[in-house]
Structures are given as C-alpha cells and as structure tokens.
Design a protein around this ligand. Structure first.
Ligand code: ADP
Length: 590
C-alpha cells in the first residue's frame, strides 16, 4: 500500500514521457527519423486503402461510370494493402536497432552512477536492491518505451487521418470509436500500478534466486558444492523461490488478463456501435453503399490504429514508474568528486582520534583511534577478527571518511579523492582479473614504461612464473572466460602485489598480503619487504606475527580501539595482549 502511494506520488508521467522521447532521439537521431518515416508511410497507406476501397465499391455498384473497369481500383487496393501490411515488419526490425541504442544509453547512465557511488553507498543494502531492480526492469523498459513512443506517433497519425475521412462520411462515427479509448487508458494506468508494485515485491526474491544460480553454476563454487554434496539442498532452496515467484506471477498475470479482456471488450463494443451506425445511415438513405463500404473499411482500420494508440499509451504508463525509479536511482548518488591529485608523502599519514560507524550499526567499528605511518615506515595492525583492522585501513586509504576525528596527509587534511589517488590498497579478497597478466598489473595506474611493468613483476617475485607462461606478460589469465591460464593462489597474490607496486604511491596498504603464500614464499617476501617496497611506506595487516614483527611500529586493535602500540620487542616486554597472542601463535609451531 505504502509503495503504491510512493509510486503514484512521485511519477510525473508527461514529463517522463517527454524525457524518454528526448533520450530516444539522442540515442539514434537517424534511426528515429527512419522510424518516423515508416509511421508516415503506414498512415498514408491506410488512407490509400480507404480511397481504393471507395473506388472499388463505386466500380462494382456503378460499372457504367467506371471507364477503365474495376481492374485499376483493385490494383490500387492491392498496392495500398501490401504497403500498409509491409510497414509493420519493417518497423519491428527498425525498432530493434533503435531499442539497442536506447538501452546502451541507459546502461551508460547506470554505469556512470555506479562508478561515482562511494564505497559506503555501495555497501548499504538499499543500494544493492535498487540496483538489482533497475537492472531487471529499467534496463528492459527503454525498448518498450521506444516502441510505445513510435506506436503513439504512428497511432495518432492514423487516427487523425482516418477520423478526417470518417468525419466526411458521418461525424458521429468518430466519437463512438473514441469512446473506447477512455476505459482503455484508465485500465492501462491501473495495469501500470500493479506492475510496479509486483516488481517491487519480486526483486528481493529474484536477487536471492540469482545468487543461488551463481552458486550452482559458477566455477569458484563448484569444488566446495561437490565436496559437501550440497547442490541438492541448494536446488531445494532454488525451487522454493521458484514457487514464490510463480505464485506472485500467476496473480499478476490474472490481473493483466482481466485488464486486457476489458480493454478488448471496450474496443469491440465501439467497433460494433460504429458499424451499426453505418448500417442505420444506409437504411436512412443518408449515405450510399460505396461510402458505407469505404466507411466500414475506415472504421476497421481506425479501430486497429486506436488499439495501437491505446497499447502505446498503456505501455508508456506502465514504463513511467520504472523510468522514475531509474531517475531516482541516478539522483540518489551525488555527483562525482573531482579526480584526486596524486601527492608525494614526505612526513607521513596520521589518523587522529578517528571514529567510524557503518550505516545502521550501533557500535562504531573504529573508536577514537590514533595511528601514524611515517614516510617509508612499515606499520603493522594486529588484532583478532572484527577488531577493526580492515575498516581502519579503508579509512587510511580514503575509501571511508571518518565520522569524527581527522585524517592528515603530511600534517594537512586533504580531499579524500587526493588520498585515494596517493595510496595503493591490496585487499585480502583482491580481484583476479580475467585479463592478460600485463593488464592485471597496469590496471592500477596510467600506463608507464614497459620497464616499470617488468620492475613491478620482479619486485613481486613474478619473474620466474612469467617466463613459464606461454605468452609471457601477454598471457590471458583465469579460466572463467575459458581461454586463460589459471595460476595458483600464491601466484595470484603476487600478481596483486605487482599491481600494487606498479602504482607508484607513497603509501601501500597490504591486507594479509601473504595469506596464500607458502611459508618459504612468505619468508622471502618479508625478509626483504623493504626492498620490495622500494622506499614506500606500508600499512600491513596480518594475522601472522612472523610477518609483523619486523614492522617499525605495531598497533594492537581490540573492539575498534588501539590497546597497545610499539615495536615487537617493546610489546613483548610489556607482556600484554600482543605478547599473549604472539606466544600463543609461536607455541603452536613449537
Ligand atoms: P577486521 O579487519 O579486524 O577483521 P573489520 O574492520 O572487518 O575487522 O570489522 C570491524 C567491525 O565492523 C566488525 O564488527 C564487523 O562486523 C563490522 N563491519 C565490517 N564491515 C562492515 C560492513 N560493510 N557493514 C557493517 N558492518 C561491518
């Protein structure tokens, strides 16, 4: 009920239709023109059919007055009928082209919006749901709007020309036929509302079902699903969702069938009324048989045009709430910030009394934290799961803005975009791009010299692996697209490191950079971590104390707060939480 009110209150249909018409024209000006020409041909051909029909009836009823006999009028009738019949299929194909162009334009708007959404927006659940709804509806609607708009202009043109003909015969015929329009338009408004409410209800189900489909079909999940033999159980859940979708859809389809039946009945009643009126006119001797025949043809054609017109209006009403949804989605994300400027790091980065709470969460994930990372220093964050390490790293990297407190770059508060441009982050769940090895590295920055690509690969310990690949740096990686070479977890991690090192920034944030490395590889990485970093400062998150003990400073986090800070030796001699966790971990190895 509430949703319905929202939909009704916020949709300004004429404005949206005007905006949609503009979008269609801008998407493909030439295509729009060709489609309009087809509409004009269609309307002219319909008039031709009526005129040729009149001539044919005249020739039939008064052969003595037709000097050339009935043949020319029959030929004309055949030609006009063929022309009017062939415009439809031509239009359908033209609409496919136009629809694709419009859909591309709308996709561009959606992608522009997602690109400028910041990370906090992205992580809020409302954003994901509206994005899914947009993808399911708003992206298919532009095609419907395109066809509806063209139907509207074609239908209007036909209605106007045929009405003019009928007014010549008997003006009363036109209002009789138009009377079918009002209920049709009202019914289509009703249809549009039920359709939007239905889509709102369906989206959460569809999201869950899509997720299950991904689990059941995609490679990364195949091994675990088979190991647990859990495909059957997931299929049951999928089946349950199918049942829910079917129940909702059945109800909606019944609604729509009722609406369609009522609309058709209205049109049929108007058609019958008009034909009865023609019969009455003939009986009264007000029109001749030839006029009556032509009028009957015109009535039949006009009812066809009217039904095109009403379908188009209905289509526009139906699409308007989805277009409004798209507009709201685009407007919900503020304009993009100016691109950040990469800054050198000369003193260091400091987080001063920083607090951050995720939207909808009661407890802050980071609570009054002070940390400092001097230029060239390696600083480690340790702490149990959920203690706030990753959140803090995202704040340091400019991905989240602190709720209170400040983030200082060389002592000054600078725009978040500048921080993002000046920091490199490799997350624990880094992306394995299904692209070439080179693209996997250079995607992190503007293209530099070839020697920089090789240097990054070398520092990340990838050189040997690169030599073994069939096309070296140009080898396609990953099996998701069925053409690449798959790498081991450790090798992928090195690719991510190379990506981080290629982007030459003063600070690198490394979230569990050795999680997939074997002990020897991890030892090698950290034994020479400073050489690998080449003077860059690093904020290192790791559960492995062997890798954090070399840090210049270690911050121990607990429940979003810093509870201890110092070098490894200082923290060990303090015999606090760090010493306890370190001893626990090393005892496991002894
Ligand atoms: P760590 O990296 O130390 O494991 P995180 O920074 O990931 O800790 O998480 C800190 C706290 O914030 C946890 O309580 C976690 O549940 C919460 N949290 C993390 N990410 C989100 C999120 N996107 N939305 C809401 N809460 C989150």
């Amino acid at each position: 009920m509430r949703l319905r009110r929202v939909a009704r209150a916020s949709v300004n249909t004429p404005r949206l239709i005007a905006a949609a018409a503009r979008e269609v024209r801008r998407a493909d000006p030439l295509g729009t023109m060709v489609a309009s020409v087809y509409q004009i041909i269609g309307a002219t051909a319909a008039l031709g059919v009526v005129a040729a029909g009149k001539l044919t009836f005249d020739a039939l009823l008064q052969p003595e007055q037709a000097a050339l006999g009935i043949t020319p009028s029959l030929l004309l009738l055949a030609l006009a009928t063929a022309l009017s019949g062939s415009v439809g299929p031509l239009q359908t194909q033209q609409h496919r082209l136009l629809g694709e162009r419009v859909s591309q334009r709308v996709w561009d708007r959606v992608l522009d919006t997602t690109a400028r959404a910041d990370l906090v927006t992205y992580e809020s659940s409302g954003f994901a749901t509206s994005l899914e709804r947009i993808q399911q509806n708003a992206l298919t609607r532009p095609f419907a709007v395109t066809t509806s708009l063209l139907g509207l202009t074609g239908g209007l043109l036909g209605v106007v020309t045929l009405s003019a003909v009928l007014i010549g015969v008997e003006p009363l015929l036109v209002p009789i036929l138009l009377a079918a329009g009002l209920p049709a338009v009202l019914l289509s408004r009703w249809a549009s509302r039920t359709e939007f409410t239905f889509a709102h209800r369906l989206t959460p189900l569809a999201r869950r079902r899509n997720y299950l489909r991904q689990l059941l079909t995609q490679r990364p999940y195949a091994a675990e699903l088979r190991a647990f033999d859990s495909t059957g159980r997931l299929r049951e859940k999928h089946e349950e969702l199918n049942r829910d979708v079917n129940a909702g859809l059945r109800k909606q389809v019944r609604h729509r069938q009722l609406i369609a039946a009522l609309t058709t009945l209205g049109v049929a009643a108007a058609l019958t009324g008009a034909l009865l009126a023609i019969v009455a006119l003939v009986r009264q001797g007000r029109i001749g048989l030839a006029e009556a025949g032509a009028a009957a043809i015109a009535v039949r054609l006009l009812s066809g045009q009217l039904s095109t017109l009403f379908t188009a209006i209905g289509g526009l009403f139906e699409s308007a709430p989805f277009l409004a949804d798209l507009e709201r989605f685009v407007a919900s994300v503020p304009p993009a910030e100016a691109r950040g400027r990469k800054r050198a790091l000369t003193e260091g980065v400091a987080l001063c009394d920083v607090t951050f709470r995720y939207p909808g969460q009661e407890r802050p994930a980071v609570d009054g934290v002070d940390i400092r990372i001097g230029a060239g220093e390696v600083v480690a964050l340790v702490g149990e799961n959920g203690s706030g390490k990753t959140t803090l790293a995202k704040i340091a990297a400019g991905l989240y803005a602190p709720d209170t407190g400040s983030r200082r770059w060389d002592g000054a508060v600078v725009p978040a975009a500048d921080v993002r441009a000046s920091v490199t982050v490799i997350f624990q769940d880094f992306v394995r791009y299904q692209l070439t090895l080179r693209d996997n590295i250079v995607i992190s920055d503007e293209y530099h010299d070839e020697s920089d690509v090789e240097d990054a690969a070398k520092r990340a310990g990838l050189l040997a692996a690169t030599r073994e690949l069939p096309d070296g740096l140009d080898t396609m990686l990953g099996r998701d697209l069925d053409e690449g070479v798959d790498l081991s977890g450790g090798q992928w991690q090195r690719v991510a490191l190379a990506r981080a090192l290629y982007r030459d920034t003063g600070l690198v944030v490394l979230d569990e950079p050795a999680a997939s490395l074997d002990p020897r590889a991890e030892y090698e990485l950290f034994a020479d971590v400073r050489a690998m970093l080449g003077g860059r400062a690093a904020l290192l998150i790791s559960h492995r104390f062997s890798s954090t003990r070399l840090a210049d400073r270690i911050y121990v986090l607990d429940g979003g707060r810093v509870v201890e800070c110092g070098t490894h030796d200082e923290l060990m001699s303090r015999a606090g939480q760090y010493a306890e966790l370190y001893t626990l971990q090393s005892a496991a190895y002894r």
